[in-house]
Design a protein around this ligand. Structure first.
Ligand SMILES: Nc1ncnc2c1ncn2[C@@H]1O[C@H](COP(=O)(O)OP(=O)(O)OP(=O)(O)O)[C@@H](O)[C@H]1O
Ligand SMILES: O=C(O)c1ccc[n+]([C@@H]2O[C@H](COP(=O)([O-])O)[C@@H](O)[C@H]2O)c1
Length: 214
């Protein structure tokens, strides 16, 4: 069955690293992929842009293609966007369809600090994506906890609903939202690090610019 893959993030702002990862993951897994912005991201300080502004940017970024979709369900819940709650809700909706939670290697490395993280494997597979430029060390305990779940075969992911972990080798792009926010705050124009749609309306990137546009 065609898996449904969820790529959660703060997307403050969405950048070409996110889109390229999501696109290639959909190819590698032959999956429907949805980008899913967190309302209140756990484990980090408040985003610069509001949830509405981040969704507006995502909509502009995704315009004109039909492979990647947007899932705003976490914005409908107040409080921290715990991934386990979201994936349990999706599991109830999806029956036995394979679900895959896509995580950059840096996010995966911190998995053991997530809310009820062990329960994730009851409802979803996890797809881990290589990420250059960010020092990531997978803790030995996490490695041990997932060893028996590892597969390198997308067919295994398609054949069962949940419980596996797969590493997805995508084209490495050393891009981060932190760097893009820094560039915008210092008056630079990261034109080709951001999807073109984000430049269609000057209001979209205004939350990050040092000087409000006149
Ligand atoms: N260039 C990239 N390559 C691979 N994965 C990425 C890349 N950028 C972000 N990700 C992954 O996307 C998910 C959402 O990331 P997030 O929205 O926090 O972006 P970010 O660029 O890491 O932002 P920030 O710099 O603000 O932390 C995470 O799983 C993260 O690991
Ligand atoms: O559920 C948790 O405890 C949890 C802790 C940290 C991060 N997450 C999720 O991981 C995704 C990536 O987070 P971030 O902070 O890198 O944008 C995003 O969907 C977050 O909601 C989830």
């Amino acid at each position: 069955m065609k898996p449904l893959a969820l790529f959660g993030g703060t997307f403050d702002p969405v950048h070409i690293g996110h889109l390229s990862v999501a696109w290639e993951a959909s190819e590698l897994l032959d999956a429907e992929v949805r980008l899913m912005p967190a309302n209140v991201p756990p484990h980090r300080s408040s985003p610069t842009a509001t949830a509405t502004q981040r969704v507006d940017m995502l909509r502009a970024a995704l315009r004109g293609q039909s492979r990647l979709a947007l899932d705003t369900r976490e914005l409908e819940r107040s409080g921290p966007s715990y991934t386990v709650d979201t994936l349990q809700e999706l599991r109830r909706e999806c029956g036995e369809r394979p679900l895959v939670l896509l995580l950059g290697a840096d996010a995966f490395a911190g998995l053991r600090s997530w809310h009820r993280w062990r329960e994730l494997f009851d409802v979803t597979h996890i797809g881990v994506i290589n990420r250059p430029g960010i020092e990531t060390c997978i803790p030995v305990e996490l490695e041990r906890a997932v060893a028996a779940r590892r597969t390198d075969d997308p067919a295994v992911i398609r054949a069962q609903a949940a419980g596996k972990m797969i590493e997805l080798a995508v084209t490495p792009l050393e891009v981060s939202a932190t760097h893009i926010r820094e560039l915008l705050a210092t008056g630079r124009d990261p034109r080709y690090l951001l999807p073109a749609g984000l430049f269609d309306d000057p209001a979209l990137l205004a939350p990050y610019r040092a000087m409000p546009l006149s």
